[in-house]
Design a binder for this molecule. Structure first.
Ligand SMILES: O=C(O)C(=O)C[C@H](O)C(=O)CO
Ligand SMILES: [Zn+2]
Length: 285
């Protein structure tokens, strides 16, 4: 790809408190917590949230390469002047060039870009099977090394069982023996055949907000995503390649009408994956 475009779009989502969320109808819940139409071609799109100032976005270079540019909410000259970023490729092969350093991403690879990276360009190897970069960014306080993190570098945790339809593998791309980050903790969860429940039994973690991207889901299938305080749950019906925002007070769990994969990402006061408050299934309301 020789041409480079800088078309960038963004929207802001303010932080919603649990009592307000509990009073919302379906449309309001979807407008507040669901991100539809995430992967627009030939543009960089952001949902800038007031949950830990976590920004969730995409870059899908089809006809031309795409340059990362600052948006007004960051208040900086370059997007990453005071932020870090993780890009997860859920599409065809692609590259990310960060201040001259080239990272080649296969399907399901991630790249971490540290604070202070100035010039970032996203490109697809083949525009007819474009890379689809799912972007996550949070404020940072120091520069860690930019690097490619492939699924084989991830720490794998197998959870669940076929009898409870929740047999799954959690791939922690950011873990204490791997890439260092300031706030971002990102991974991917895949399922054994027949298993459809993620994160059940569920948890909350007031220390960190979370975002989920559901993908590799059949176009006609849906994930019923559970959210809300444990004793006041609500649901969102989620289609392929849509994301949800999970405030720190909310559970985040889902069941698919068919198989799917998802990327989970957190930012907040610590990067300890194990620091969660479990919720017993029988306590859910
Ligand atoms: O299936 C799961 O369980 C998960 O993937 C849980 C997420 O990793 C999570 O909620 C991390 O806090
Ligand atoms: Zn969680």
């Amino acid at each position: 790809m020789s041409e480079t475009s800088t078309e960038t779009d963004y929207e802001i989502r303010f932080a919603i408190d649990p009592a307000t969320a509990a009073a919302m109808d379906t449309r309001e819940l979807r407008e507040s917590f669901l991100i539809e139409d995430l992967f627009g071609p030939d543009m960089v799109g952001w949902t800038y949230t007031h949950y830990e100032r976590l920004a969730v976005g995409s870059a899908v270079p089809v006809k031309e390469a795409l340059r990362l540019e600052a948006i007004k909410p960051t208040g900086t000259v370059n997007f990453l002047d005071r932020r870090e970023l993780i890009a997860v490729n859920i599409g065809g092969k692609g590259t990310i060039t960060a201040d001259g350093e080239l990272f080649s991403l296969e399907h399901r690879d991630m790249a971490y870009l540290g604070m202070g990276t100035k010039d970032v360009v996203f490109a697809s190897e083949n525009g007819s099977a474009p890379a689809k970069f799912y972007l996550l960014s949070a404020p940072a306080h120091q520069t860690y090394k930019s690097m490619l993190i492939s699924v084989s570098d991830a720490k794998r945790l197998d959870l669940g069982a076929p009898e409870t339809c929740n047999e799954r593998s959690i791939f922690q791309f950011i873990h204490p023996d791997g890439a260092r980050t300031c706030q971002l903790v990102v991974g991917m969860t895949t399922f054994a055949a027949g298993s459809v429940w993620n994160t059940m039994p569920c948890h909350v973690h007031d220390r960190r907000a979370e975002a989920y991207l559901y993908f590799d889901l059949d176009e006609k299938a849906r994930v019923v995503h559970l959210m809300g305080e444990p004793d006041e749950t609500r649901h969102l019906i989620v289609a392929n390649e849509e994301a949800i925002l999970s405030p720190a007070w909310s559970i985040h769990s889902g069941v698919g009408t068919a198989r799917y994969t998802f990327v989970w990402a957190m930012a907040g006061d610590n990067v300890d994956y194990t620091d969660v408050d479990p919720v017993a299934i029988e306590d859910l309301r």
